[in-house]
Every structure is written in structure tokens, then in C-alpha cells.
Write a protein that binds this ligand. Structure first.
Ligand SMILES: Cc1cc2nc3c(=O)[nH]c(=O)nc-3n(C[C@H](O)[C@H](O)[C@H](O)COP(=O)(O)OP(=O)(O)OC[C@H]3O[C@@H](n4cnc5c(N)ncnc54)[C@H](O)[C@@H]3O)c2cc1C
Length: 417
């Protein structure tokens, strides 16, 4: 044990080099990335009251872009997913009124980011969380099934309270505790935020004919209706409505719900039927004014929440993971205090602009598409049609959405730290 570690051990009950509050998709990915970068000697602790709980109630699935998939492969998580991941081979975008019979396609994306590498995969959140939890256990990460309740920052360490009055000290505390982050509030970091008065109804459907990896996003006046391919003849539905309507629709008797689904899903894949109950998720936007504090950093939804219109929220969280783990590893290798302000500033500089740009873009897309104006529909359809005819621009959009433009962290390039 180093002198520094002894100092911290004396100050509080146990020790860890890095403590992570929140063992969701971002928190566990960060723990594994740090294990990969810092090696087996680093003490990494993750706190979350839900660790080890049954995940089958989470019916969401996420589009994992190519960069994030490379990170999960390098961390040894992707291979644990077995057959749960389905490649997205093409994406088709339409823009129409809800009850229009024909939905002309204005924009299509297809092809790979690299030969043989699809631009994204669909993965059930529960499968990914289970794979991450198992990988973290196997990597010797300390998993505590308890929330972080408070923390006190000292010059050389952070003292963390968790569970029923237990304490631990760490060089760095990372808050991955989600959109309503209590740790962010405790650190005095404010956010810019608003609600969209839209909610996403999400569930899984089975359909008659194969989807062949085709994802569809229909821009309808209340918000996008997305059909995202899952293994077999199944798809994940993200159906956006005004919040009041979303609750009402989700509670409709099955026959009427089925009719409303068919109006939006169409008949191109033959019959369609829901195979899970619908969940309703209110949508909002939030951006932390700072991603860092003293010996403190925010990662994932604790730092930013965006509209799911482009399926980028978790992907951005995994880009945070890659950037923070790389900044910490680089500093530790040359013997610097990896929780020092220079290191955390590097992380913040790396992530703030990209995050803000994505937040503004998704907010703008939602405002442009989720309305009933015929004039706006004409303008955006001309715009979409132009983009569709510019393969180089489309290629750039795909690389950008895959997280493979700009200063790409090593893990997103598929390299070890
Ligand atoms: C309808 C919908 C569809 C989406 N689709 C996509 C998509 O296709 N692609 C994509 O990239 N993103 C998508 N997203 C966004 C994505 O789901 C989130 O960005 C992602 O799940 C956030 O992960 P996280 O780990 O940061 O936060 P969370 O998943 O919220 O995890 C936070 C964790 O912190 C724990 N916690 C809370 N408080 C404490 C505490 N005090 N101490 C310890 N632990 C604590 C919680 O128990 C929880 O496990 C979608 C979002 C929605 C709503």
C-alpha cells in the first residue's frame, strides 16, 4: 500500500483508488475500462442498490453504434452477449401524417463503417447489463449493492458514505447515477434542463416476415415512431407521443392498442403483435454546467440527457467512459495524480463540445419534425432528399453517429488503453 493509500485508509474505513456511484450501463462500463487501463492492482468499487437484481423488467433495447461496440468488444463484454445483438443493416426515414396511407422514404442509410462492420447493433438493455455485471465480477471489481449517500472532499481523497453508515475513501469519485443524479446536486453542479412533453412508449413486437436488419424511423407529428430490428422476427418499438396521449395509449385495451400499432407499423412485414407490455418513458433534455469538480466527475446520463430521436444517449455515455478512462490511464502511467484537476479538465474538454453539439442537434431535429406544419414538412423533405443524394455527406453522418469522427478515444477505435 502506498503512503497515499495509507493516508486515505487512516482517514476512513476502507479504500479504493476509484469509486463509481451507479452500476448502470455507463458505470459498469467505466469500471471495466479502468480495470483494463490501470491493471489488476487498481481498487475499483461500484455502488448501486440495484446491483445483482433481476433485470428482466427492463424491456428497452439500445442502438449501440460502431464505436461503442468496439469499446465493449475490447472490454470483453460483447462476446458475452451471445445471440442477443442484431446488426442494423439499413435505416429508412419517412416523414408523413399519422394516418397517411403511403409513407415515402426520404432518407436511407446503409453500408458498413468499415468492411464487415455494421454502423450499429440493437441490444436489449437487460442483456447488456447482465453481461457487464458478470464481466465486472470476473474482473475483480468490488460491487456493493448499496447507494452512495454522501461524500466529503479532502485535499488528497474523497470520503464516501454508503449503505447503512459505512464509509470508504477513494482518490476519485465518479457519478454515474443517472439523469436524476443526486451526487451531481451534492457536488453543487447545476444543469440546463427542460421536459419535452413527449414520452416514449417502448415494447417488443413479433412480426410475420424477416426484417433483414432494416430499421425504420417514421417522423409523425407527435414525434418519431421507430422500428428497430432484434434477433429473429422481432423488433423493438420506440413510439413517441405527447405525454398525456402516451399514458392513454399504453393503457388501451389490447385490441385498440393493436389497431393503433398497425396504423403506424404498417403491413410490410405481414402481421405484427406485441410480445411485451409497453413501458412509458417521459423525455427531457439536461446538460450539466460542468462535468467535473474536485476529485469528482460526471459520466453518462448524470452529465447529459438527450432526446432518443437519434438513439445516441448511451453512446454518448460510452464515449465519456472511453475519454475519462484514457485520461486517467495516461496520467497514472507517468506517475501523476490521476484525479488531479489537469486530468479531469482534459476529460471535460474532450467531451463537452461533442456532447453539447449532439444535444443541440437532437433537440433541433425533434423541434423540426415533431409538429403539424405543412410548410416545415416541405422544407425538411427537400433537405432530407438533398442529403439522400450526397453519399459523402451521408457517409460522414454515419461515421459521426458511430462516434468515429474528431479526436476518437482509443477504446472507441477498438484499441486497448
Ligand atoms: C425510450 C428511450 C430509448 C433510448 N434508446 C437509446 C438508444 O437506442 N441508444 C442509446 O445510445 N441510448 C438510448 N437511450 C438513452 C439510454 O437509455 C441512456 O442514456 C442510458 O441508459 C443511461 O445510462 P446510465 O448508466 O448513464 O444511467 P442509468 O441507466 O440511469 O443508471 C444509473 C444507475 O445509478 C444508480 N443510482 C442512482 N442513484 C444512486 C446512488 N446514490 N448511489 C449509487 N447508485 C445510484 C441507479 O440504480 C442506476 O442503476 C434511450 C433512452 C430512452 C428513454
Amino acid at each position: 500500500m502506498t503512503e497515499f493509500a495509507q493516508d486515505r485508509a487512516a482517514a476512513a474505513g476502507g479504500t479504493a483508488d476509484i469509486a463509481i456511484a451507479g452500476g448502470g450501463l455507463a458505470g459498469l462500463s467505466l469500471a471495466l475500462a479502468l480495470r483494463e487501463g490501470l491493471g489488476a492492482d487498481a481498487r475499483i468499487s461500484v455502488f448501486d442498490p440495484t446491483i445483482g437484481r433481476d433485470t428482466s423488467g427492463d424491456l428497452r433495447a439500445s442502438a449501440i453504434a460502431a464505436g461503442a461496440r468496439r469499446l465493449l468488444t475490447t472490454l470483453g463484454v460483447w462476446d458475452r452477449l451471445g445471440g442477443a445483438a442484431e446488426p442494423i443493416r439499413s435505416m429508412h426515414v419517412t416523414d408523413s401524417r399519422t394516418r397517411d396511407v403511403a409513407r415515402p422514404v426520404f432518407l436511407t442509410f446503409d453500408g458498413d463503417v468499415e468492411p464487415g462492420e455494421p454502423f450499429a447493433y440493437m441490444v436489449p438493455n437487460a442483456s447488456l447489463l447482465d453481461a457487464l455485471t458478470q464481466a465486472a465480477r470476473d474482473a475483480g471489481i468490488d460491487l456493493h449493492a448499496a447507494p452512495v449517500s454522501d461524500f466529503v472532499t479532502h485535499r488528497s481523497h474523497v470520503e464516501i458514505g454508503y449503505g447503512a453508515g459505512r464509509r470508504l475513501s477513494a482518490a476519485l469519485l465518479v457519478a454515474c447515477d443517472g439523469a436524476r443524479s443526486r451526487l451531481r446536486d451534492m457536488a453543487g453542479i447545476r444543469t440546463v434542463s427542460w421536459a419535452y412533453d413527449q414520452s416514449a412508449i417502448t415494447f417488443t413486437v413479433e412480426h410475420e416476415r424477416p426484417h433483414e436488419g432494416r430499421a425504420e424511423e417514421h417522423f409523425l407529428p407527435p414525434g418519431p415512431f421507430a422500428t428497430l430490428p432484434l434477433p429473429g422476427n422481432r423488433a423493438s418499438i420506440v413510439w413517441t407521443e405527447r405525454t398525456e396521449d402516451a399514458k392513454r395509449i399504453a393503457a388501451l385495451p389490447p385490441m385498440i392498442f393493436q389497431e393503433e400499432l398497425e396504423v403506424r407499423f404498417g403491413h410490410a412485414l405481414g402481421w405484427v403483435k406485441p410480445v411485451s407490455k409497453p413501458g412509458v418513458y417521459p423525455l427531457g433534455f439536461a446538460m450539466a454546467r460542468s462535468f467535473i469538480g474536485e476529485r469528482f466527475a460526471l459520466v453518462g446520463d448524470a452529465a447529459h440527457v438527450i432526446h432518443p430521436i437519434a438513439g445516441q444517449g448511451l453512446n454518448m455515455g460510452l464515449r465519456d467512459v472511453a475519454a475519462l478512462a484514457e485520461a486517467i490511464t495516461d496520467a497514472a502511467r507517468v506517475g501523476l495524480d490521476f484525479a488531479g484537476s489537469d486530468v479531469l479538465e482534459r476529460y471535460q474538454r474532450w467531451r463537452r463540445f461533442d456532447t453539447l453539439a449532439m444535444g443541440v442537434a437532437t433537440d433541433g431535429l425533434n423541434r423540426l419534425f415533431s409538429n403539424r406544419s405543412d410548410v416545415l414538412r416541405l422544407v425538411r423533405d427537400v433537405g432530407l432528399g438533398m442529403v439522400d443524394r450526397l453519399p459523402r455527406l451521408k457517409g460522414l453522418f454515419i461515421k459521426d453517429a458511430a462516434g468515429l469522427t474528431g479526436a476518437v478515444p482509443r477504446l472507441l477505435r477498438g484499441e486497448a488503453l
